[in-house]
Write a protein that binds this ligand. Structure first.
Ligand SMILES: [Zn+2]
Length: 337
């Protein structure tokens, strides 16, 4: 995922502050607030269905095993042999599922690269689609280091594989769920050379454009993004670029599972894979912990390794994502986009 230096600085401040960052105007309105202050509801009160039925189950240990296996391939920047191995690893897990592949060549400041989005579709009884996405590539400028993105790209891609295990072979009483492993999310050039949003999100931009053309976008009820979800010290942000009412549903889902202390102590605007869908009016929620180590010290460094992660965090985020969808299934009609 991508962010600006000024965001890091602001995380140190509890004062409500707004600044302009050079790199990314879209995410320039950054707020940090005291963990003691509960985020106010930003939308009219939602009518939510009653809390009923067993909570979703997620095998955190199995998801963690997948993180270990993904990381074991080594750095996986676009165009590399390791990247191809991880593509094949994901596809091997989905061999009995309905899979669509979206492969194309991206034109980047470093030349042309093959990009490969992978989509697994799990049908539901209700008309409409909820997408859960995660990028699986690692940062290109760090390609010649030992950077393996255990949390950044690894944790969320592993969690999606666990979602597939939970969804496979069970009839869904609700919206269809499509899992998307999107590619070439990371910037190719260092942020200091090319603005983030001009040189990142290649795979998800391509998919959003394609789905706009073929009418899929109209069927999408929500886009949920997982990014950096494995930190043992888990604090998911309230993201101001996400859809306010959907963030409220996420908080309700977390509360129903008893996980609310891991959610929304901080509020900030995050530039991430959801932006192409935000732009097109799809309700979006980014599940991201943007403080990975004190002052985000492990992010985009060779310190982003599995020892910083916890299976429990994968369980908390995974459970909350599935509970969010369970609430959406029963909210009829959904709030206007
Ligand atoms: Zn990243």
């Amino acid at each position: 995922m991508i962010k600006t230096l000024c965001l890091r600085v602001l995380l140190l401040s509890f004062a409500v502050t707004a600044v302009s960052c050079d790199h990314d105007k879209n995410a320039s309105q950054v707020r940090a607030q005291s963990p003691a202050s509960i985020p106010p509801a930003q939308t009219p009160k939602l009518t939510l269905p009653p809390d009923s039925g067993p909570p979703p189950s997620i095998d955190g240990a199995r998801a963690m095993q997948y993180v270990n296996e993904i990381v074991a391939f080594g750095p996986r920047p676009v165009g590399s042999a390791n990247h191809k191995k991880v593509e094949n690893y994901i596809l091997a897990h989905l061999k009995n599922d309905t899979v669509e592949q979206d492969a194309f060549t991206a034109d980047t400041p470093e030349g042309k690269f093959p990009v490969h989005n992978i989509i697994a579709k799990f049908p539901g009884t209700k008309d409409g689609i909820v997408v859960i996405a995660s990028h699986y590539d690692t940062n290109y400028p760090l390609r010649n280091t030992s950077f393996v993105g255990a949390n950044d790209g690894g944790s969320s891609s592993a969690l999606l594989l666990e979602f597939a295990n939970q969804l496979r072979g069970k009839p869904r009483e609700g919206y269809s769920i499509w899992l998307v492993w999107d590619d070439a999310e990371e910037a190719i050039k260092p942020d200091t050379e090319v603005p983030f949003l001009d040189d990142s999100l290649y795979g998800i931009n391509h998919l959003a454009e394609k789905w706009e053309r073929d009418g899929t976008l109209k069927k999408m009820k929500a886009f949920l993004l997982a990014d950096m979800v494995g930190d043992a010290d888990l604090n998911i942000e309230r993201d101001t670029n996400s859809t306010a009412w959907l963030e409220d549903v996420v908080y309700e889902a977390a509360t129903r599972l008893g996980y609310q202390s891991h959610f929304f102590a901080r509020t900030q605007g995050v530039s991430d894979d959801h932006l192409p869908f935000v732009k097109r009016g799809v309700p979006c929620a980014d599940f991201i912990d943007f403080n990975y180590g004190y002052n985000d010290v492990f992010w985009h460094t060779t310190q982003d390794t599995v020892d910083k992660l916890s299976p429990k965090s994968l369980e908390i985020v995974g459970g909350t994502m599935l509970e969010t969808i369970r609430i959406l299934d029963k909210m009829d009609p959904l709030p206007p986009k």
